[in-house]
Design a protein around this ligand. Structure first.
Ligand SMILES: Cc1cc2nc3c(=O)[nH]c(=O)nc-3n(C[C@H](O)[C@H](O)[C@H](O)COP(=O)(O)OP(=O)(O)OC[C@H]3O[C@@H](n4cnc5c(N)ncnc54)[C@H](O)[C@@H]3O)c2cc1C
Length: 502
Protein backbone atom coordinates (compact mmCIF):
# COMPACT_ATOMS: atom_id res chain seq x y z
CA UNK A 1 0.00 0.00 0.00
CA UNK A 2 1.62 3.32 -1.01
CA UNK A 3 2.13 5.68 1.96
CA UNK A 4 0.57 8.77 0.40
CA UNK A 5 -2.70 7.00 -0.27
CA UNK A 6 -3.14 5.98 3.35
CA UNK A 7 -5.58 7.92 5.53
CA UNK A 8 -2.81 8.25 8.13
CA UNK A 9 0.59 6.83 8.97
CA UNK A 10 -0.72 5.92 12.41
CA UNK A 11 -4.11 5.48 13.98
CA UNK A 12 -4.13 5.79 17.75
CA UNK A 13 -7.22 4.23 19.30
CA UNK A 14 -8.24 6.09 22.47
CA UNK A 15 -7.62 9.62 23.69
CA UNK A 16 -6.44 9.27 27.30
CA UNK A 17 -2.92 9.76 28.60
CA UNK A 18 -1.44 6.67 26.92
CA UNK A 19 -3.00 7.54 23.57
CA UNK A 20 -2.06 11.22 23.70
CA UNK A 21 1.53 10.37 24.68
CA UNK A 22 1.69 7.98 21.71
CA UNK A 23 0.15 10.52 19.33
CA UNK A 24 2.54 13.29 20.41
CA UNK A 25 5.59 11.01 20.15
CA UNK A 26 4.54 9.74 16.72
CA UNK A 27 3.84 13.25 15.46
CA UNK A 28 7.25 14.41 16.75
CA UNK A 29 8.75 11.63 14.62
CA UNK A 30 7.04 13.05 11.55
CA UNK A 31 4.09 10.66 11.24
CA UNK A 32 0.59 11.75 10.19
CA UNK A 33 -1.63 10.72 13.13
CA UNK A 34 -5.36 10.18 13.55
CA UNK A 35 -6.52 9.74 17.16
CA UNK A 36 -9.89 8.05 17.62
CA UNK A 37 -12.00 8.88 20.67
CA UNK A 38 -15.16 6.82 21.23
CA UNK A 39 -16.48 9.45 23.64
CA UNK A 40 -17.91 12.84 22.76
CA UNK A 41 -15.56 15.77 23.36
CA UNK A 42 -17.12 16.62 26.77
CA UNK A 43 -16.24 13.13 28.03
CA UNK A 44 -12.89 12.78 26.29
CA UNK A 45 -9.75 11.37 27.82
CA UNK A 46 -10.99 8.20 29.52
CA UNK A 47 -9.91 7.37 33.05
CA UNK A 48 -6.99 9.76 32.69
CA UNK A 49 -9.49 12.63 33.01
CA UNK A 50 -10.89 11.21 36.26
CA UNK A 51 -7.53 11.08 38.04
CA UNK A 52 -6.09 13.52 40.50
CA UNK A 53 -2.96 13.42 38.37
CA UNK A 54 -0.72 11.70 40.94
CA UNK A 55 2.42 10.40 39.24
CA UNK A 56 4.90 7.87 40.60
CA UNK A 57 8.42 8.56 39.38
CA UNK A 58 11.97 8.06 40.52
CA UNK A 59 13.38 11.23 42.11
CA UNK A 60 16.51 12.01 43.99
CA UNK A 61 15.37 14.82 46.28
CA UNK A 62 14.43 18.40 45.47
CA UNK A 63 16.82 18.67 42.51
CA UNK A 64 14.78 16.21 40.47
CA UNK A 65 11.47 17.65 41.65
CA UNK A 66 12.66 21.05 40.38
CA UNK A 67 13.07 19.64 36.86
CA UNK A 68 9.27 19.23 36.78
CA UNK A 69 7.89 21.91 39.11
CA UNK A 70 8.88 25.57 39.37
CA UNK A 71 9.31 26.21 43.10
CA UNK A 72 10.25 29.34 45.02
CA UNK A 73 12.92 29.22 47.73
CA UNK A 74 10.18 29.62 50.37
CA UNK A 75 8.22 26.69 48.93
CA UNK A 76 11.36 24.55 48.80
CA UNK A 77 12.12 25.37 52.43
CA UNK A 78 8.63 24.29 53.48
CA UNK A 79 8.87 20.78 51.98
CA UNK A 80 10.75 17.64 52.85
CA UNK A 81 10.44 15.54 49.67
CA UNK A 82 12.77 12.77 50.74
CA UNK A 83 13.67 10.67 47.72
CA UNK A 84 12.30 7.71 45.80
CA UNK A 85 15.00 5.58 44.22
CA UNK A 86 14.70 3.13 41.34
CA UNK A 87 15.36 0.38 43.90
CA UNK A 88 12.38 1.53 46.00
CA UNK A 89 10.16 1.67 42.90
CA UNK A 90 11.22 -1.86 41.88
CA UNK A 91 10.72 -3.02 45.43
CA UNK A 92 7.20 -1.55 45.55
CA UNK A 93 6.26 -3.04 42.17
CA UNK A 94 7.57 -6.48 43.09
CA UNK A 95 6.13 -6.44 46.61
CA UNK A 96 2.69 -5.21 45.48
CA UNK A 97 2.45 -7.72 42.62
CA UNK A 98 3.79 -10.61 44.72
CA UNK A 99 6.85 -10.82 42.46
CA UNK A 100 4.83 -11.37 39.30
CA UNK A 101 5.31 -8.10 37.45
CA UNK A 102 6.91 -8.67 34.05
CA UNK A 103 10.57 -7.79 34.78
CA UNK A 104 11.27 -6.25 31.37
CA UNK A 105 8.17 -4.06 31.37
CA UNK A 106 8.74 -3.11 35.00
CA UNK A 107 12.30 -2.08 34.20
CA UNK A 108 11.09 0.13 31.36
CA UNK A 109 8.45 1.67 33.60
CA UNK A 110 10.82 2.49 36.45
CA UNK A 111 13.86 3.54 34.44
CA UNK A 112 11.85 5.84 32.16
CA UNK A 113 9.53 7.25 34.81
CA UNK A 114 11.32 10.56 35.43
CA UNK A 115 12.62 11.09 31.90
CA UNK A 116 9.21 10.48 30.32
CA UNK A 117 7.49 13.05 32.54
CA UNK A 118 10.39 15.44 31.80
CA UNK A 119 9.73 14.80 28.10
CA UNK A 120 6.03 15.60 28.58
CA UNK A 121 7.03 18.76 30.44
CA UNK A 122 9.15 19.75 27.45
CA UNK A 123 6.05 19.20 25.27
CA UNK A 124 4.06 21.62 27.49
CA UNK A 125 2.54 19.59 30.37
CA UNK A 126 2.78 21.37 33.73
CA UNK A 127 3.22 19.88 37.20
CA UNK A 128 2.78 20.82 40.85
CA UNK A 129 3.82 19.32 44.16
CA UNK A 130 1.21 17.16 45.90
CA UNK A 131 1.39 18.17 49.55
CA UNK A 132 -2.44 18.28 49.66
CA UNK A 133 -2.76 14.50 49.48
CA UNK A 134 0.71 13.03 49.86
CA UNK A 135 2.26 14.84 52.84
CA UNK A 136 1.53 15.56 56.48
CA UNK A 137 2.80 18.70 58.21
CA UNK A 138 5.44 17.71 60.78
CA UNK A 139 7.23 20.47 62.75
CA UNK A 140 5.97 23.09 60.28
CA UNK A 141 7.25 21.24 57.20
CA UNK A 142 5.39 19.10 54.66
CA UNK A 143 6.84 15.62 54.96
CA UNK A 144 6.03 13.45 51.94
CA UNK A 145 5.34 9.75 52.41
CA UNK A 146 4.62 6.86 50.07
CA UNK A 147 6.77 7.64 47.02
CA UNK A 148 4.57 10.35 45.49
CA UNK A 149 5.38 14.05 45.58
CA UNK A 150 4.43 15.36 42.13
CA UNK A 151 1.08 15.60 40.38
CA UNK A 152 -0.19 17.11 37.16
CA UNK A 153 -1.25 20.74 37.23
CA UNK A 154 -5.06 20.70 37.23
CA UNK A 155 -5.18 16.93 37.91
CA UNK A 156 -6.58 14.55 35.30
CA UNK A 157 -8.72 17.16 33.49
CA UNK A 158 -5.65 19.42 33.34
CA UNK A 159 -3.53 16.60 31.93
CA UNK A 160 -6.00 15.71 29.19
CA UNK A 161 -6.63 19.35 28.27
CA UNK A 162 -2.89 20.03 28.02
CA UNK A 163 -2.11 16.84 26.10
CA UNK A 164 -4.96 17.39 23.64
CA UNK A 165 -3.93 21.02 23.10
CA UNK A 166 -0.34 19.91 22.43
CA UNK A 167 -1.47 17.13 20.09
CA UNK A 168 -3.83 19.43 18.18
CA UNK A 169 -1.16 22.10 17.83
CA UNK A 170 1.19 19.53 16.40
CA UNK A 171 -1.44 18.54 13.85
CA UNK A 172 -2.88 15.33 15.29
CA UNK A 173 -6.33 14.77 13.78
CA UNK A 174 -8.61 13.96 16.77
CA UNK A 175 -11.93 12.38 15.87
CA UNK A 176 -14.57 12.33 18.61
CA UNK A 177 -17.48 9.89 18.87
CA UNK A 178 -15.48 7.62 16.58
CA UNK A 179 -14.91 4.15 17.95
CA UNK A 180 -12.34 1.69 16.72
CA UNK A 181 -14.33 -1.45 15.90
CA UNK A 182 -11.87 -3.96 14.43
CA UNK A 183 -8.37 -4.20 13.02
CA UNK A 184 -7.81 -4.45 9.28
CA UNK A 185 -5.01 -6.81 8.30
CA UNK A 186 -3.38 -8.53 5.37
CA UNK A 187 -0.42 -10.90 5.21
CA UNK A 188 1.98 -8.01 5.88
CA UNK A 189 0.29 -7.12 9.19
CA UNK A 190 -1.94 -4.22 10.17
CA UNK A 191 -3.38 -2.14 7.34
CA UNK A 192 -5.89 0.00 9.20
CA UNK A 193 -8.96 0.14 11.35
CA UNK A 194 -12.69 -0.25 10.91
CA UNK A 195 -14.36 2.66 12.72
CA UNK A 196 -17.87 3.70 13.60
CA UNK A 197 -19.01 7.30 13.85
CA UNK A 198 -22.65 8.07 14.65
CA UNK A 199 -23.82 4.75 13.24
CA UNK A 200 -21.70 4.93 10.10
CA UNK A 201 -18.95 2.39 9.47
CA UNK A 202 -15.79 3.55 7.75
CA UNK A 203 -12.49 1.81 7.09
CA UNK A 204 -9.38 3.94 7.63
CA UNK A 205 -6.04 2.83 6.24
CA UNK A 206 -2.76 3.32 8.11
CA UNK A 207 0.78 2.00 8.33
CA UNK A 208 0.42 1.15 12.03
CA UNK A 209 -2.14 1.17 14.84
CA UNK A 210 -1.56 1.96 18.51
CA UNK A 211 -4.22 0.50 20.80
CA UNK A 212 -4.58 2.71 23.89
CA UNK A 213 -8.28 2.39 24.60
CA UNK A 214 -8.34 1.12 28.17
CA UNK A 215 -9.23 -2.09 29.97
CA UNK A 216 -12.60 -3.83 30.35
CA UNK A 217 -13.64 -2.27 33.67
CA UNK A 218 -16.73 -0.62 32.20
CA UNK A 219 -18.06 -3.81 30.66
CA UNK A 220 -20.27 -5.62 33.22
CA UNK A 221 -20.31 -8.83 31.19
CA UNK A 222 -16.51 -9.01 30.90
CA UNK A 223 -16.09 -8.08 34.58
CA UNK A 224 -18.33 -10.97 35.56
CA UNK A 225 -16.68 -13.34 33.12
CA UNK A 226 -13.08 -12.57 34.09
CA UNK A 227 -13.13 -11.02 37.59
CA UNK A 228 -15.91 -13.28 38.84
CA UNK A 229 -19.42 -13.38 40.17
CA UNK A 230 -20.59 -10.19 41.83
CA UNK A 231 -18.24 -7.88 39.96
CA UNK A 232 -21.08 -6.80 37.69
CA UNK A 233 -22.46 -5.02 40.79
CA UNK A 234 -19.33 -2.96 41.43
CA UNK A 235 -19.45 0.74 40.66
CA UNK A 236 -17.15 1.99 37.91
CA UNK A 237 -15.00 4.90 39.08
CA UNK A 238 -14.17 6.34 35.72
CA UNK A 239 -15.21 6.45 32.08
CA UNK A 240 -18.06 4.34 30.71
CA UNK A 241 -16.16 3.92 27.43
CA UNK A 242 -13.47 1.40 28.47
CA UNK A 243 -15.37 -1.71 27.49
CA UNK A 244 -12.47 -3.92 26.47
CA UNK A 245 -12.81 -3.18 22.73
CA UNK A 246 -9.07 -2.85 22.13
CA UNK A 247 -8.29 -6.09 23.92
CA UNK A 248 -11.04 -7.94 22.06
CA UNK A 249 -10.07 -6.70 18.59
CA UNK A 250 -6.44 -7.69 19.17
CA UNK A 251 -7.38 -11.14 20.50
CA UNK A 252 -9.58 -11.54 17.41
CA UNK A 253 -6.48 -11.39 15.19
CA UNK A 254 -4.46 -13.75 17.35
CA UNK A 255 -2.89 -11.54 20.05
CA UNK A 256 -1.65 -13.17 23.24
CA UNK A 257 -3.61 -12.55 26.46
CA UNK A 258 -1.29 -11.70 29.35
CA UNK A 259 -1.32 -10.75 33.00
CA UNK A 260 -3.79 -11.05 35.87
CA UNK A 261 -7.11 -11.34 34.03
CA UNK A 262 -9.11 -12.12 37.15
CA UNK A 263 -7.91 -9.08 39.08
CA UNK A 264 -8.20 -5.34 38.98
CA UNK A 265 -7.61 -2.10 40.83
CA UNK A 266 -10.61 -1.45 43.12
CA UNK A 267 -11.13 0.94 46.03
CA UNK A 268 -13.55 2.00 48.75
CA UNK A 269 -16.06 4.23 46.91
CA UNK A 270 -19.14 6.08 48.14
CA UNK A 271 -22.06 3.69 48.60
CA UNK A 272 -24.40 5.98 46.67
CA UNK A 273 -22.07 7.00 43.85
CA UNK A 274 -23.54 6.63 40.35
CA UNK A 275 -22.81 3.44 38.34
CA UNK A 276 -20.04 5.17 36.31
CA UNK A 277 -17.76 8.08 37.08
CA UNK A 278 -19.13 11.61 37.17
CA UNK A 279 -16.68 14.24 35.94
CA UNK A 280 -18.22 16.91 38.18
CA UNK A 281 -17.01 14.87 41.17
CA UNK A 282 -13.95 13.19 39.61
CA UNK A 283 -12.20 10.87 42.03
CA UNK A 284 -13.85 12.40 45.12
CA UNK A 285 -16.28 9.51 45.65
CA UNK A 286 -13.23 7.59 46.88
CA UNK A 287 -12.74 7.46 50.65
CA UNK A 288 -9.06 6.94 51.31
CA UNK A 289 -8.48 8.10 54.87
CA UNK A 290 -9.35 4.72 56.41
CA UNK A 291 -5.80 4.36 57.88
CA UNK A 292 -6.83 7.11 60.33
CA UNK A 293 -9.98 5.29 61.47
CA UNK A 294 -11.60 1.88 61.30
CA UNK A 295 -13.98 0.07 58.94
CA UNK A 296 -16.90 -2.18 59.93
CA UNK A 297 -19.14 -4.36 57.78
CA UNK A 298 -22.87 -5.12 57.96
CA UNK A 299 -22.26 -7.57 60.81
CA UNK A 300 -20.74 -4.66 62.73
CA UNK A 301 -17.28 -6.24 62.61
CA UNK A 302 -13.90 -5.00 61.49
CA UNK A 303 -12.60 -7.09 58.59
CA UNK A 304 -9.24 -5.69 57.48
CA UNK A 305 -6.08 -4.11 58.93
CA UNK A 306 -6.80 -0.48 58.06
CA UNK A 307 -3.26 0.50 59.05
CA UNK A 308 -1.30 -2.31 57.37
CA UNK A 309 0.65 0.21 55.25
CA UNK A 310 0.41 3.73 53.81
CA UNK A 311 -2.83 4.09 51.87
CA UNK A 312 -0.86 4.22 48.54
CA UNK A 313 -0.02 0.56 49.08
CA UNK A 314 -3.37 -0.77 50.31
CA UNK A 315 -6.16 1.26 48.70
CA UNK A 316 -6.14 -0.56 45.33
CA UNK A 317 -6.74 -3.96 46.95
CA UNK A 318 -9.08 -2.91 49.77
CA UNK A 319 -11.90 -2.38 47.26
CA UNK A 320 -11.76 -6.15 46.78
CA UNK A 321 -12.05 -6.69 50.52
CA UNK A 322 -15.05 -4.36 50.73
CA UNK A 323 -16.66 -6.20 47.79
CA UNK A 324 -16.42 -9.46 49.71
CA UNK A 325 -18.38 -8.09 52.70
CA UNK A 326 -22.14 -8.73 53.10
CA UNK A 327 -24.13 -6.39 50.85
CA UNK A 328 -20.82 -5.09 49.46
CA UNK A 329 -20.95 -2.49 52.24
CA UNK A 330 -18.62 -0.97 54.82
CA UNK A 331 -18.72 2.06 57.09
CA UNK A 332 -15.54 4.01 57.86
CA UNK A 333 -15.58 5.51 61.37
CA UNK A 334 -13.52 8.42 62.73
CA UNK A 335 -13.60 10.62 65.80
CA UNK A 336 -12.94 14.32 66.17
CA UNK A 337 -9.18 13.88 66.76
CA UNK A 338 -8.55 12.99 63.11
CA UNK A 339 -11.39 14.79 61.31
CA UNK A 340 -9.12 17.69 60.33
CA UNK A 341 -6.73 15.19 58.69
CA UNK A 342 -9.34 13.53 56.46
CA UNK A 343 -8.72 14.03 52.76
CA UNK A 344 -10.78 16.65 50.89
CA UNK A 345 -13.00 13.93 49.39
CA UNK A 346 -14.71 13.59 52.81
CA UNK A 347 -15.94 17.17 52.61
CA UNK A 348 -17.83 17.01 49.29
CA UNK A 349 -21.62 17.53 49.14
CA UNK A 350 -22.44 14.15 47.57
CA UNK A 351 -21.27 11.99 50.44
CA UNK A 352 -23.01 9.23 52.44
CA UNK A 353 -22.23 10.34 55.99
CA UNK A 354 -23.69 10.21 59.47
CA UNK A 355 -22.44 11.85 62.65
CA UNK A 356 -23.26 11.49 66.34
CA UNK A 357 -22.10 12.60 69.76
CA UNK A 358 -21.91 9.11 71.29
CA UNK A 359 -20.87 5.75 69.91
CA UNK A 360 -24.26 4.31 70.99
CA UNK A 361 -26.04 6.89 68.85
CA UNK A 362 -23.58 6.42 65.98
CA UNK A 363 -24.03 2.66 65.63
CA UNK A 364 -27.81 3.11 65.45
CA UNK A 365 -27.32 5.46 62.50
CA UNK A 366 -25.17 3.06 60.45
CA UNK A 367 -27.70 1.83 57.92
CA UNK A 368 -27.44 -1.88 57.18
CA UNK A 369 -25.24 -2.60 60.23
CA UNK A 370 -25.99 -4.73 63.32
CA UNK A 371 -25.80 -1.96 66.00
CA UNK A 372 -25.37 -4.21 69.05
CA UNK A 373 -22.50 -6.19 67.58
CA UNK A 374 -20.92 -3.00 66.20
CA UNK A 375 -20.88 -1.33 69.62
CA UNK A 376 -19.19 -4.42 71.10
CA UNK A 377 -16.63 -4.29 68.30
CA UNK A 378 -15.88 -0.59 68.85
CA UNK A 379 -15.51 -1.17 72.57
CA UNK A 380 -13.10 -4.07 72.04
CA UNK A 381 -11.13 -2.05 69.50
CA UNK A 382 -10.85 0.94 71.86
CA UNK A 383 -9.54 -1.30 74.63
CA UNK A 384 -6.88 -2.78 72.34
CA UNK A 385 -5.20 0.45 71.13
CA UNK A 386 -1.54 0.74 72.20
CA UNK A 387 -1.91 4.26 73.55
CA UNK A 388 1.63 4.29 74.92
CA UNK A 389 3.05 4.46 71.36
CA UNK A 390 3.02 8.00 69.89
CA UNK A 391 0.75 8.67 66.87
CA UNK A 392 2.51 9.96 63.73
CA UNK A 393 0.68 9.81 60.37
CA UNK A 394 3.80 10.66 58.31
CA UNK A 395 5.61 7.43 59.21
CA UNK A 396 4.50 3.88 59.92
CA UNK A 397 4.25 4.65 63.63
CA UNK A 398 3.64 1.14 64.97
CA UNK A 399 0.79 2.45 67.12
CA UNK A 400 -1.35 -0.62 66.67
CA UNK A 401 -3.79 -2.81 68.56
CA UNK A 402 -3.06 -5.70 70.90
CA UNK A 403 -4.91 -8.99 70.96
CA UNK A 404 -7.55 -8.42 68.27
CA UNK A 405 -8.34 -11.09 65.70
CA UNK A 406 -8.19 -8.41 63.00
CA UNK A 407 -5.30 -6.18 64.07
CA UNK A 408 -4.70 -2.57 63.17
CA UNK A 409 -0.93 -2.19 62.75
CA UNK A 410 -0.39 1.57 62.57
CA UNK A 411 -2.16 4.83 63.36
CA UNK A 412 -4.63 3.27 65.81
CA UNK A 413 -6.53 5.86 67.88
CA UNK A 414 -9.15 5.30 70.56
CA UNK A 415 -12.58 6.42 69.33
CA UNK A 416 -13.42 8.59 72.33
CA UNK A 417 -13.84 12.19 71.20
CA UNK A 418 -17.12 13.38 69.70
CA UNK A 419 -18.33 14.21 67.19
CA UNK A 420 -17.99 10.80 65.58
CA UNK A 421 -18.35 10.59 61.82
CA UNK A 422 -19.00 7.56 59.60
CA UNK A 423 -18.97 7.20 55.82
CA UNK A 424 -20.62 4.38 53.84
CA UNK A 425 -18.57 2.80 51.06
CA UNK A 426 -18.85 0.01 48.54
CA UNK A 427 -16.48 -1.35 45.88
CA UNK A 428 -15.44 0.95 43.04
CA UNK A 429 -13.50 -0.64 40.19
CA UNK A 430 -10.77 1.54 38.67
CA UNK A 431 -9.21 -0.55 35.91
CA UNK A 432 -8.57 -4.18 35.04
CA UNK A 433 -5.13 -5.80 35.15
CA UNK A 434 -5.42 -8.39 32.36
CA UNK A 435 -4.61 -7.41 28.81
CA UNK A 436 -2.30 -7.87 25.85
CA UNK A 437 1.25 -9.18 25.77
CA UNK A 438 3.68 -6.62 24.39
CA UNK A 439 7.40 -6.56 23.62
CA UNK A 440 9.74 -3.96 25.12
CA UNK A 441 9.04 -1.97 21.95
CA UNK A 442 5.28 -2.04 22.79
CA UNK A 443 4.62 -4.28 19.79
CA UNK A 444 1.67 -6.59 20.40
CA UNK A 445 2.70 -10.24 20.41
CA UNK A 446 0.67 -13.11 19.03
CA UNK A 447 0.03 -16.45 20.68
CA UNK A 448 3.17 -17.89 19.05
CA UNK A 449 5.30 -15.14 20.57
CA UNK A 450 5.85 -13.22 17.30
CA UNK A 451 5.11 -9.53 17.10
CA UNK A 452 2.15 -8.57 14.92
CA UNK A 453 3.65 -6.15 12.35
CA UNK A 454 2.24 -2.65 12.76
CA UNK A 455 0.30 -3.28 15.99
CA UNK A 456 1.33 -1.48 19.19
CA UNK A 457 -0.31 -1.11 22.61
CA UNK A 458 0.01 1.07 25.69
CA UNK A 459 -1.80 1.91 28.92
CA UNK A 460 -4.44 -0.04 30.79
CA UNK A 461 -4.91 -2.67 28.09
CA UNK A 462 -1.33 -3.92 28.46
CA UNK A 463 -1.19 -7.04 30.62
CA UNK A 464 1.66 -8.21 32.81
CA UNK A 465 2.57 -5.13 34.85
CA UNK A 466 0.08 -5.33 37.72
CA UNK A 467 -0.97 -8.40 39.66
CA UNK A 468 -3.00 -8.46 42.91
CA UNK A 469 -2.22 -4.85 43.86
CA UNK A 470 -0.77 -1.60 42.57
CA UNK A 471 1.36 1.25 43.94
CA UNK A 472 -0.64 4.50 43.67
CA UNK A 473 0.29 6.87 40.84
CA UNK A 474 1.67 4.17 38.54
CA UNK A 475 -1.19 4.13 35.98
CA UNK A 476 -0.42 7.53 34.53
CA UNK A 477 3.31 6.84 34.48
CA UNK A 478 2.69 3.53 32.72
CA UNK A 479 0.49 5.24 30.10
CA UNK A 480 3.07 7.96 29.45
CA UNK A 481 6.10 5.64 29.35
CA UNK A 482 4.56 2.95 27.16
CA UNK A 483 2.56 5.46 25.12
CA UNK A 484 5.74 7.30 24.14
CA UNK A 485 7.55 4.06 23.25
CA UNK A 486 4.51 2.80 21.28
CA UNK A 487 4.18 6.09 19.38
CA UNK A 488 7.85 6.16 18.47
CA UNK A 489 7.84 2.49 17.46
CA UNK A 490 4.67 2.84 15.39
CA UNK A 491 6.08 5.91 13.65
CA UNK A 492 9.33 4.11 12.81
CA UNK A 493 7.37 1.14 11.48
CA UNK A 494 4.92 3.19 9.41
CA UNK A 495 7.46 5.66 8.05
CA UNK A 496 9.91 2.84 7.34
CA UNK A 497 7.35 0.97 5.29
CA UNK A 498 6.28 4.22 3.59
CA UNK A 499 9.91 4.77 2.50
CA UNK A 500 10.11 1.21 1.28
CA UNK A 501 6.94 1.97 -0.69
CA UNK A 502 5.28 -0.94 1.05
C1 LIG B 1 -11.16 7.85 39.58
C2 LIG B 1 -9.78 7.45 39.13
C3 LIG B 1 -8.67 8.04 39.72
C4 LIG B 1 -7.39 7.67 39.32
N1 LIG B 1 -6.32 8.33 39.87
C5 LIG B 1 -5.07 8.07 39.38
C6 LIG B 1 -3.96 8.87 39.78
O1 LIG B 1 -4.09 9.87 40.52
N2 LIG B 1 -2.74 8.53 39.28
C7 LIG B 1 -2.56 7.49 38.41
O2 LIG B 1 -1.43 7.22 38.01
N3 LIG B 1 -3.61 6.75 37.99
C8 LIG B 1 -4.85 7.03 38.44
N4 LIG B 1 -5.92 6.31 37.97
C9 LIG B 1 -5.65 5.24 36.98
C10 LIG B 1 -5.45 5.91 35.61
O3 LIG B 1 -6.57 6.68 35.31
C11 LIG B 1 -5.26 4.91 34.50
O4 LIG B 1 -4.34 3.93 34.85
C12 LIG B 1 -4.74 5.63 33.24
O5 LIG B 1 -5.32 6.91 33.12
C13 LIG B 1 -5.07 4.81 32.04
O6 LIG B 1 -4.70 5.53 30.90
P1 LIG B 1 -5.07 4.97 29.48
O7 LIG B 1 -4.70 6.05 28.52
O8 LIG B 1 -4.55 3.61 29.30
O9 LIG B 1 -6.68 4.82 29.51
P2 LIG B 1 -7.79 5.92 29.55
O10 LIG B 1 -7.30 7.20 30.09
O11 LIG B 1 -8.97 5.32 30.21
O12 LIG B 1 -8.13 6.17 28.02
C14 LIG B 1 -8.81 5.23 27.24
C15 LIG B 1 -9.40 5.96 26.05
O13 LIG B 1 -9.90 5.04 25.09
C16 LIG B 1 -11.19 5.49 24.66
N5 LIG B 1 -11.85 4.33 24.06
C17 LIG B 1 -12.32 3.20 24.65
N6 LIG B 1 -12.76 2.34 23.72
C18 LIG B 1 -12.55 2.92 22.52
C19 LIG B 1 -12.76 2.52 21.17
N7 LIG B 1 -13.30 1.33 20.86
N8 LIG B 1 -12.42 3.37 20.17
C20 LIG B 1 -11.89 4.59 20.44
N9 LIG B 1 -11.66 5.02 21.71
C21 LIG B 1 -11.97 4.19 22.72
C22 LIG B 1 -11.77 6.10 25.89
O14 LIG B 1 -12.88 6.92 25.61
C23 LIG B 1 -10.55 6.88 26.40
O15 LIG B 1 -10.38 8.07 25.71
C24 LIG B 1 -7.21 6.67 38.34
C25 LIG B 1 -8.33 6.09 37.72
C26 LIG B 1 -9.60 6.49 38.10
C27 LIG B 1 -10.79 5.88 37.41
Amino acid sequence: MAGETLDADIIVVGAGNAAASAAIAARNAGARVIMLEAAPKEERGGNSTYTAGATRLVYNGAEDVKTLVDLSEAELASMDFGSYSAEQYFDDMYRMTRYRTDPELCELLVNNSLSTWQWLKAQGVRFQTSQGRQAFKVDGKYKFWGGLCVEIWGGGPGLVDMEHAIAEKKGVDIRYETAGVSLLTDDSGITGMRTRHKGKTRDLTAGAVVLACGGFESNAEMRTRYLGQGWELAKVRGTRFNTGAGIKMALDIGAMPHGHWSSCHAVAWDMNAPPFGDLSVGDNFQKHSYPLGIMVNARGERFVDEGADFRNYTYAKYGHVVREQPDMLAWQIFDKKVLHMLRDEYRIRRVTKVSADTLEELVRKLEGVDPKRCLEELTAYNAAVMTDVPFNPAVKDGRGTKGLEVPKSNWANVLDTPPYEAYAVTCGVTFTFGGLKISTGCEVEDTAGHTIPGLYAAGELVGGLFYHNYPGGTGLTSGAVFGKIAGEGAAAHALGSRQRGG
